[in-house]
Design a protein around this ligand. Structure first.
Ligand SMILES: [Fe+2]
Ligand SMILES: [Fe+2]
Length: 275
């Protein structure tokens, strides 16, 4: 396979028509036989890969180039997802305005060619695949939620996630209830994942204010978690945090299996939780 075919495979598996703005081929390669894949693979890992005879390095998180510059565009997915769940358009847009602005500022700050420049000098193929793999993980979580009913408890949801997805059993982190309680009913659920990053306070609030009872994020900062708890604990809302690395692994593992089916030798590193 070449790097374009590998990117295409991620699109087919996730259902996207085009390469998401947070994913890119930094240095192309063809006739790939041996790939190193990880959640964060930077310039030093490129030296390791070259030395160990890998022809391709795939990072999950963006590591420069177009995917760093254009990253803020994928945050728009939060807006689309909120609208799909019944949040009015103007409120959904307002909930993401600051986060998108901040991300645009950060993208302009970034030293976007750092790691890609080493890939070119070392002549190691290098790419990152972010949104598509997160979308694979989101769909797995959503189909698990669909087995439940609104009267199922938060505890049932966590148990079902752990039963259905071995990454949640195998990770060192646990699924966390930041707002709500294990015995609460889940009501209407939004799996707010595969949107670039978590939506923080404003997105969870928009969901809670518009008929969603349980928001699932894969990660959330302390400050946002505290504020959401102060505001929504007494309203019987639930914020469930599944764990960053476990949840990223959830989408990465099926992709590794698909590459191996196509004859590649793939080595998972940098945090990927085994299935
Ligand atoms: Fe991810
Ligand atoms: Fe991630």
């Amino acid at each position: 396979m070449n790097t374009t075919e590998i990117m295409q495979l991620s699109l087919e598996m996730s259902g996207f028509d085009e390469v998401p703005a947070d994913s890119a081929i930094y240095h192309p390669g063809k006739n790939i036989k041996k790939a190193l894949i990880g959640i964060d693979l930077d310039a030093p890992e490129l030296f390791y890969a070259k030395d160990a005879g890998y022809d391709l390095v795939i990072s999950h998180h963006p590591k420069g180039g177009d995917s760093t510059i254009n990253f803020p565009k994928v945050l728009q997915r939060h807006v689309e997802m909120m609208i799909e769940h019944g949040v009015p358009k103007a409120i959904a847009e307002a909930a993401m305005r600051e986060t998108i602005y901040d991300a645009e500022c950060r993208a302009q700050i970034a030293n976007y060619d750092h790691a890609p420049s080493f890939a070119r000098h070392l002549n190691v193929a290098y790419m990152n695949i972010h949104l598509a793999l997160d979308e694979i993980g989101r769909k797995l979580m959503a189909s698990s939620v669909h087995k439940l009913t609104p009267t199922s408890s938060v505890n049932d949801l966590i148990k079902t996630f752990k039963a259905d997805m071995s990454e949640f059993r195998n990770a060192k982190t646990d699924i966390d209830i930041r707002v709500g309680e294990a015995k609460n009913k889940i009501g209407r659920v939004a799996v707010a994942h595969a949107c670039g990053t978590n939506g923080g306070y404003p997105v969870a609030k928009a969901y809670f204010d518009h008929g969603i009872d349980t928001v699932i994020y894969i990660h959330c900062e302390g400050a946002a978690s505290r504020t959401l708890k102060d505001e929504f604990q007494k309203k019987n809302k639930n914020l469930i945090i599944t764990g960053h690395i476990a949840s990223d692994s959830l989408g990465i593992n099926p992709f590794i299996a698909a590459l191996e089916e196509r004859g590649l030798r793939v080595t998972p590193v940098s945090g990927i939780v085994p299935q």
